[in-house]
Structures are given as structure tokens and as C-alpha cells.
Ligand binder design. Structure first.
Ligand SMILES: [Zn+2]
Length: 426
């Protein structure tokens, strides 16, 4: 066990100092696949199973090339090839021909944040701060990957105790809810009876565990491009079609949807660009938009209304428009029965001092809910577990430069997952 604890720390710190953005988790993917193979799992690399036609929010070629070249400093081209072109997922399986298949998902991506180099920031002080400047594991996905590998080790050592087929899914591009659909549509979740994932929270007290977090919302992310016609703003503005105006009208009207839906939804036009100069009617404008809501049916209506508003705004200025979906997930509720088994498994360890069966707390969006929804629709059960991992007297915000969690959460979590696996495996 001591050995496992040491390995978890080694993994976490390795990933923390080598963060990579979504769809570009190249070194992480090679590292993970090699470890899993050394434990005896049968390992599939991204290009062997991912259906990239469902990928959303891919990086530009230029940005991707920089990330891939960076990975080439660490691993050989041959090692990286199966993950090339953003196919950075890893799948490990133990198939014993059992009836039941139990899947676990671990996310891999980091965020575009410059990590703190203050003396109060442990990763800096202890020498495992990000070596990829401008990219940081500021949501704990480094901890998730470490837990995934530690869990895999434990499974490999105790394989004979389990009576189920096991799938370990390392998923790229969780941030922006962009990656899950690629995994779902690859077919690897077909026939899965149970799917589980967990998330560490820097703002939840250490020792607290929520067996089923039901507060993740539905979300859609879109880019909208308006195309019009430029003309002289003084001599012949009437000969132009003002794309910037279309985008502005759309922005204002989209935000009015919050009121239309009685304040139960979130709408944000977070970025706007367009036009060329003050004396030219703009022929181009672009919006980056997101929508969130608690219920699937509300979300569908919200997106429908948004599309109407965008269409009206474009037509009002005789512009054309193009809507590109950049991310999507639907909030779902975890299984009550499975949550009770998680609680039973947590009770067996004193580390978990505050065990909550389920809660509805708003935790933003989570790509995993798409996988949960898929497994549930096919007769399986799913839960998304919340793990308190706050550092005493600190309340670090997720997605901020000084984000950090208490690393001691990893070993009890791995043991918890293993006990849970024993309980549901037959
Ligand atoms: Zn996260």
C-alpha cells in the first residue's frame, strides 16, 4: 500500500508538471498507455477506436502542431503516431468473458492558465509546477489520471478477486464538454452495465464525499459566424450588409432569453469579433456563445430559441450565418441504487468522515454526464462521485492560477473504487 501511495504521488506530480490542453494530451496518452500495458491490460490507443467525426472544439492545425512537436521531445514518433491528429484517448480493458462490464472514466486535459510561482503555491515550492508555460492542471485532472493509473495497478494485482470485465477510459478534452461524444460514438460503451467517474473539489472539505452529484447542468457551446457585404460607410452604407450589426442584435436578444426562461437558464456571449475599420460596413462578425440549464427539455427549447434569434438577426441585415457546435452535454441524475453501494464502500474507510448520498449543488457542466446518459439509456447504471480535497484553511478556486488540492485524497479514493468494484462485480 505504501508503494501504491508513493506511485500515486509520482503520477500526480508527473502529470501536474506536464499539463496539456484538450485534444493535445499527447505525452499524457503515451505515458498512460505504457503504464497500463506494463500492468498487463490490453490497451487501445486513440486512433484504434475514436470516432473523430464527433469531435467538437478541435484546436487549429498550428496550435496542434506546436503541441505535437513538444511531445516529440519526450517520446518517439513511433510511440506518438497512434495518438496523432488529436486522437489522444486511451482505453484499457480486462475482458474475462464475464457477464458484467464495469467502466471507469478519467479525464486528462489541462487549462490555458499561467500557473502561480508564488512561494505559497506547493507545486512551485516542491518543484512540480507546470513546465508547459501557459498551460496548467487547474481542475484536478492530473489527480484523476493518477487515480486512474493507481486504480489500474490495484486491479492488475488483484484480478482474481473480480468477476467482471473492466474498462478504464482516459478521456481527452473534458473542458468545454468536447470529448465524450467521440468515446460514446466509438461504441466502446455499448454493453456497459456500470459507469463511474469522480471529481476532486478544492472547495469541498477533505473527508467529504458525495456519492452521486446530480447538480451538473446541460450545456451547449456554439460559434456563430455572420457574413455580410462591406461598403463605404459614408457614401453608400445602404449597399452593404452589416454583419457586425447582425452579431450585436443577436447578442442583445440572446441575453434576453434568460428573462424569457424566467431566470432558470444561463446565456453568455463571451466573445465577439468582426469588422475591419471604422469607415467600412463590416462584412464579417463572429460570436462565441454558451447556454446552460438544469433540465434536458429546457436546454433543448433554449437552443431552439437561440437558433431562431440568430437567424432573425442575420436575416434582418441580409447576412448569411454559420452555426458550429463546439461542445455539448446533458445533465443527468445518477443511479440511487449505485449511490447506496458507493456509500457502503465509503463507510468502510474512516478517511471519509462526511458521506452524502446525493446532492443537487450546481457544479457547472461535466462531459461525463453524456456517457452516463448513454449507459443509462441502454439499461445500465451510472454515478458521478464528488470528492472533497480542500487544503486546510485554503479555498482555492478551480480554474485559477493557485489552484491545488490535498494529494492525500488519492489513495483512499483508489481503495474506495476497488471496494466498490468488488461489490458490483459478479
Ligand atoms: Zn474538471
Amino acid at each position: 500500500m505504501k508503494d501504491l501511495g508513493r506511485n500515486l504521488l509520482k503520477y500526480r506530480r508527473h502529470f501536474h508538471s506536464n499539463p496539456e490542453l484538450g485534444w493535445m494530451e499527447y505525452t499524457s496518452a503515451v505515458y498512460i498507455s505504457k503504464e497500463l500495458e506494463s500492468f498487463g491490460f490490453s490497451v487501445s490507443r486513440g486512433s484504434e477506436f475514436m470516432d473523430m467525426s464527433f469531435a467538437m472544439g478541435l484546436p487549429s492545425k498550428e496550435v496542434n502542431n506546436v503541441a505535437f512537436d513538444r511531445a516529440l521531445n519526450v517520446f518517439s514518433y513511433k510511440e506518438l503516431l497512434p495518438f496523432k491528429d488529436n486522437k489522444t484517448a486511451v482505453l484499457a480493458s480486462f475482458d474475462g468473458g464475464y457477464q458484467r462490464t464495469i467502466a471507469f472514466r478519467f479525464d486528462m486535459d489541462a487549462l490555458p492558465i499561467v500557473e502561480s510561482i508564488e512561494n505559497s503555491h506547493l507545486p512551485f515550492v516542491d518543484g512540480f509546477v507546470s513546465s508547459n508555460i501557459g498551460v496548467m492542471h487547474a481542475c484536478g485532472h492530473d489527480v484523476h489520471m493518477a487515480i486512474g493509473l493507481g486504480f489500474a495497478r490495484l486491479i492488475a494485482l488483484n484480478r482474481e478477486m473480480l468477476k467482471s470485465n473492466i474498462l478504464l477510459i482516459f478521456q481527452p478534452a473534458e473542458e468545454g464538454v468536447r470529448g465524450a461524444n467521440v468515446i460514446i460514438n466509438s461504441g466502446v460503451l455499448n454493453g456497459v452495465d456500470y459507469i463511474l467517474s469522480s471529481h476532486v473539489w478544492s472547495n469541498m472539505p477533505l473527508g467529504k464525499i458525495v456519492c452521486s452529484q446530480n447538480g451538473t447542468s446541460s450545456t451547449h457551446k456554439f460559434d456563430v459566424e455572420f457574413h455580410g457585404k462591406s461598403s463605404h460607410a459614408g457614401i453608400s452604407p445602404e449597399k452593404g450588409n452589416n454583419a457586425l450589426l447582425a452579431a450585436s442584435i443577436a447578442t442583445v436578444n440572446l441575453h434576453s432569453l434568460v428573462c424569457e426562461f424566467n431566470n432558470v437558464v444561463r446565456v453568455n456571449v463571451g466573445r465577439i469579433e468582426g469588422g475591419t475599420a471604422r469607415n467600412i460596413v463590416a462584412d464579417y462578425a463572429k460570436l462565441e456563445i454558451e447556454f446552460r440549464s438544469q433540465f434536458k427539455d429546457v436546454e433543448s427549447r433554449l437552443v431552439e430559441r437561440a437558433q431562431e434569434i440568430i437567424k432573425e438577426a442575420a436575416e434582418g441585415q441580409s447576412c448569411s450565418f454559420k452555426l458550429v457546435k463546439q461542445g455539448e452535454s446533458f445533465g443527468v441524475e445518477g443511479s440511487r441504487e449505485l449511490a447506496s453501494v458507493i456509500r457502503e464502500s465509503a463507510i468502510e474507510d474512516d478517511y471519509f468522515s462526511d458521506i452524502v448520498l446525493e446532492d443537487e449543488e450546481n457544479r457547472g457542466c461535466e462531459d461525463f454526464t453524456s456517457m452516463m446518459g448513454f449507459v443509462q439509456e441502454n439499461g445500465g447504471e451510472a454515478c458521478f462521485i464528488g470528492l472533497g480535497a480542500s487544503i486546510i484553511d485554503k479555498d482555492f478556486l478551480h480554474h485559477s492560477p493557485d489552484f491545488d488540492v490535498d494529494e492525500s485524497i488519492m489513495l483512499p479514493t483508489v481503495n474506495l473504487l476497488f471496494r466498490l468494484l468488488q461489490k458490483i462485480s459478479r
